[in-house]
Ligand binder design. Structure first.
Ligand SMILES: [Zn+2]
Length: 992
């Protein structure tokens, strides 16, 4: 894995490293990616989630940034004034916990840094100080971004612990609080018991967002003095409870819980403590001791027995569950299993004569004799309670009842109510009567970065952002309804998140970041201080003193900034002169900053990985809706999947981490960029492999070689007479199509498709064109080819910028391709006829090859017969029927055509031909059908005549005789009467 692999690898004469270095230098020297206000140019403001500098970049990190850079470069070529800035997110626990791991001498981490990332030991030991880590990886990541060729305006760079940024975040928070969106109170949060800190996605191993579920605990009474609580998500099914399930093989505890004696698992007792129940454990009790006993259902005042079941999970709820066999497949199956198990029945002296009690009706399970659970268990052929299909059956039934279920009319209180409504009614009733309460639990097992298992904690006096606020939600919906989301299929995910988001803890006791402005004990957490920071980029250039700091009128000190400054610049509030005075800056400078914000805002596109949909991106939407006017709401979100290697996520434990900068060093940035983007459509996970990188690098080299070998066409004037043949019109048309298709694909971020066209389909076209020219003995070297190369390199340049700059130079340009114009479609060059011409030639050659392969004839004569005029007429009519009128039924078509004077003779004589022609048309793409609809008349003889030279060169027989006749031609040579088989676009062929 030496640095100089490039030169050693086969067929590669390009020195990628040198090319990249050269262009990086030129871009920087000419400041081509720095954007300022250009009043007469449309702006495009594009941002991507800034990185956490807590570890080096690996290839997995690169996809989102590369996509954003492609987008930026594409828009720049479309003549937008593109602003693509970058910051660094220091806030929160990731950096602090990394430094703690270094302090505690975490061997695994230190080895990763040393062996995979080659960081010197001396530097690693400095990482005990959190800011040193951040600083080091900040520079490392920035360097990587530059090496990748990202077209970033670095003058606007900041970190989230910069003074000016903190002032901005304080402003954001005071603003939210004034609007009543920050509340203090008790709410459940994901929690690390070791750090005593709330956790969210950024604090957990594997970046898992802790998801909370809320159970209703129904308290069953046992022997007067005890409570047996069961956790359920479906309290309305209390009406169908026939028994409780307990796991005979586990130990439970008797605990004093808020002055009642509860029987639960030890785990559950612990969970209840975090939820602020007062809990003290009195003694232990075996599950088996409770089996066969009865409990009192306090809601219905009915007694139900306790039965044993192995499916009861001690980690779930309280480890005891209520059994609703009519509506829960698990319960139904467990009862069935139990009744067939004489040993267990004898052991616990049980009688199982339970009749499931149906309480919910859905149209899918209408029977009154069989319960829905029984029906679905039968339908799925479930064997026993350990059958894995039981889970699927359960999901199916629960979902059906949740969406379409109605309580039966004779049920108390909630008869005829929807399941949704009844659930709420019963829940409230149970809680009000104090025969139940609520309990929170994590839906997924989540570990804190410190290694501790997370729990749900009911926090009191904690600061929350109230995403549950109904009016705020409405605004968020309005924002998202007016926003483009790419790919569109992920919109529902956003709507769901907005739907379920509630209060969210927004401050922590530890970590880097900005203090809560009104309560200095708290630090604003990382998913709260990173949601409107895009608005800081237009300002940061000034606050960084990156514009002529020598000029005193441009001086600005972060210390002097206050809310009135941000109110003015970002919201247009307050009197400018007073604000300028207050912030100790000149009025001119203040106006400049305000104008820059007005010019660049709103965000035109926000790029991010899919994992940030449920948190960062949703908060980005909410906070913009709360703070900014509608004209400043972001316009687009682009979401992409992650990068895998050999189907797996990159991780230390799998040993498959590929450091980004090393990959660039070995293979060059452009090949890495293309490999990241070409292997999957945007929402899919892409599988990154060096085999693909190598294949792409060879492809680029091939393009380089082809263009270099035609170098002089770019500098000499070509004779236009050399390119007015059929294939020239065709290649011109193809170029326009490729521009159109690629541009459309990029607009919708179908990047894989775009790259497929540029890298591969264009080659097919080029080869065909060359073949045609060669067969005619005409020069390939002409203006068509020049156009083709220019377009190809331009289309490729956002994806492979270094390579394309280099080629652009070879083509004799002295400008940057990065700043050149994106190719525009010239409609006058699109020729439908040309496309059909070449297609006909290609198809005919293929047909001939098929015939010679099957018959093993070495052709001396090839006769080609095109369809008669009346068949062409029929074809047109059929096309109209099928493509315009959507009639494809043979009988219907025949009925009409036997009365059509134009074609009736043919149709009556040869109905089979009609059938075949219908099939011909149906097997063509809609695009081709549309094209043929729009061609007035198509004379197949012309392209076929034109292809004779090619036919000869393809067969390799110089003496080959080729005859091309219309079926209508009476002088044709047709010894075997083949011509009558000719159909439009399907000429008949005779070979001897
Ligand atoms: Zn922790």
């Amino acid at each position: 894995m030496a640095e100089n692999t490039v030169e050693k690898t086969s067929n590669l004469e390009l020195n990628w490293a040198r090319i990249e270095k050269k262009w990086r230098k030129k871009w920087t020297e000419n400041r081509i990616f720095e954007s300022d206000i250009e009043p007469h140019k449309k702006k495009y403001f594009l941002t991507v989630a800034y990185p956490y500098p807590n570890s080096p970049q690996h290839v997995g990190h690169g996809r989102t940034y590369t996509l954003a850079d492609v987008h930026a470069r594409y828009k720049r070529m479309q003549n937008y004034n593109v602003l693509f800035p970058m910051g660094f997110h220091y806030t929160g626990t990731p950096i602090v916990s990394m430094s703690q791991r270094i302090k505690s001498n975490d061997i695994e981490l230190i080895e990763t840094f040393q062996q995979i990332y080659k960081i010197p030991s001396k530097i690693i030991s400095s990482f005990k100080e959190p800011k040193k880590i951040a600083r080091f990886f900040h520079e490392e990541i920035k360097q990587g971004m530059n090496e990748m060729g990202y077209s970033i305006d670095w003058r606007r760079e900041f970190t989230t612990i910069d003074k000016g940024y903190s002032k901005f975040i304080s402003w954001q928070f005071r603003n939210l609080r004034m609007k009543g969106l920050i509340v203090q109170g008790s709410h459940p949060v994901g929690w690390c018991p070791r750090d005593q800190n709330p956790v969210s996605q950024h604090d957990t191993i594997g970046d898992i967002e802790p998801e909370l579920i809320e159970y209703v605990l129904v308290k069953f009474k046992f022997e007067e003095q005890y409570i047996i609580p069961t956790a359920t998500l479906r309290p309305e099914t209390i009406f169908g409870v026939t028994n409780l399930w307990i796991n005979p093989d586990i130990k439970y505890v008797i605990a004093l819980v808020n002055n009642e004696k509860w029987i639960t698992t030890r785990d559950a007792a612990k969970k209840l403590e975090f939820l602020n129940f007062s809990v003290s454990i009195i003694s232990e009790i075996n599950g088996s001791e409770l089996i066969g006993k009865s409990v009192l259902d306090q809601f219905r005042k009915e007694s139900v027995p306790i039965f044993p079941a192995s499916f009861v999970d001690p980690n779930n709820g309280t480890g005891i569950v209520m059994s609703v066999p009519a509506h829960s497949p698990y319960d139904y199956q467990a009862l069935d299993d139990l009744s067939k198990n004489p040993d267990t029945l004898r052991k616990y002296d049980l009688m199982v004569d339970i009749v499931p009690k149906k309480i919910i009706h859905t149209d899918l399970f209408p029977s009154n004799d069989t319960s829905p659970a029984e029906s679905i268990v039968t339908r799925y052929s479930i064997r026993d309670q350990n059958d894995p299909k039981l889970e699927e059956a359960t999901n199916k039934l629960y979902s059906e009842e949740f969406h379409n279920g109605v309580l039966l009319p004779d049920i108390d209180l909630v008869g005829n109510q929807s399941v949704l409504k009844a659930r709420e009614t019963i829940r409230d009733k149970i809680i009000k009567q104090e025969i139940g309460t609520t309990m929170y639990e994590l839906k997924n097992a989540v570990k804190c970065r410190c290694g501790a298992s997370c729990v749900v904690k009911l926090l009191t006096n904690q600061w929350f952002i109230n995403y549950g606020d109904e009016n705020w939600k409405k605004l968020a919906y309005e924002l998202i309804d007016n926003m483009e989301i790419l790919p569109e299929e992920i919109r529902q995910e956003f709507t769901n998140v907005i739907d379920w988001l509630k209060e969210r803890a927004c401050a922590r006791k530890i970590g880097l970041g900005t203090k809560l402005p009104w309560d200095n004990e708290w630090i604003i957490e990382s998913l709260a201080d990173s949601v409107i920071y895009m608005a800081y980029y237009p300002l940061s250039k000034y606050i960084n003193n990156n514009i002529d700091p020598q000029k005193s009128e441009n001086k600005i000190l972060a210390d002097d900034l206050n809310d009135s400054f941000f109110d003015y610049v970002l919201l247009g509030k307050n009197d400018a002169e007073a604000v300028a005075k207050d912030s100790k800056i000149s009025l001119r400078l203040l106006e400049k900053i305000r104008n820059e914000f007005l010019y660049f805002y709103p965000v035109d596109s926000r790029h991010s990985g899919r994992d940030l949909v449920p948190n960062h991106l949703a908060f980005f939407i909410f906070n913009h809706a709360a703070i900014f006017g509608k004209d400043k709401w972001p316009k687009q979100i682009v979401v992409n999947g992650s990068v895998l290697t050999q189907g797996k996520k990159m991780s230390k434990s799998l040993g498959n981490i590929i450091p980004l900068r090393r990959a660039i060093g070995e293979y060059g940035a452009d090949s890495i960029r293309l490999a990241m983007l070409a292997s999957a459509e945007i929402l899919q996970d892409s599988d990154f492999s060096f085999d693909q990188v190598k294949a792409i690098r060879s492809k680029l080299f091939e393009i380089y070689r082809t263009i270099s070998s035609h170098k002089n066409i770019f500098t000499t004037i070509q004779n236009s007479l050399d390119h007015n043949e059929l294939e020239d019109a065709w290649i011109s048309s193809r170029i326009q199509r490729l521009i159109l298709e690629t541009t459309t694909a990029i607009e919708k971020f179908r990047i894989r498709e775009a790259l497929h066209s540029i890298l591969y389909l264009m080659d097919n076209d080029l080869q065909w064109y060359q073949k045609r020219k060669l067969a005619k003995n005409k020069p390939v070297h002409n203006n068509s080819l020049k156009d083709f190369f220019e377009v190809r390199i331009k289309l490729l340049s956002p994806f492979a910028p270094f390579f394309c700059e280099e080629i652009w130079g070879i083509m004799g340009n002295h400008s940057f391709i990065s700043l050149s114009q994106w190719p525009e479609v010239n409609n006058s060059k699109i020729s439908l006829k040309s496309e059909d011409n070449e297609r006909l030639i290609q198809d005919t050659i293929l047909d001939i090859q098929k015939i010679t392969k099957v018959t093993k004839i070495i052709p001396k004569k090839i006769m080609i017969y095109t369809a008669s005029e009346v068949k062409s007429k029929l074809y047109k009519k059929l096309l109209d029927k099928i493509h315009i009128q959507s009639v494809t039924n043979f009988g219907v078509i025949m009925k009409e055509f036997v009365n059509d004077n134009d074609v009736k003779d043919l149709v009556k004589r040869n109905p089979d031909l009609v059938k075949k022609m219908i099939d011909d048309i149906l097997s063509e793409s809609l695009e081709v059908r549309e094209r043929r609809m729009n061609i007035d008349s198509f004379n197949e003889l012309i392209p076929l005549q034109d292809s004779i030279s090619l036919l000869i060169s393809e067969t390799g027989n110089d003496q080959l005789k080729v005859g091309i006749y219309s079926e209508d031609n009476n002088d044709k040579y047709d010894p075997k009467q083949k011509s009558e088989f000719a159909r439009p676009y399907k000429p008949a062929i005779y070979i001897e």
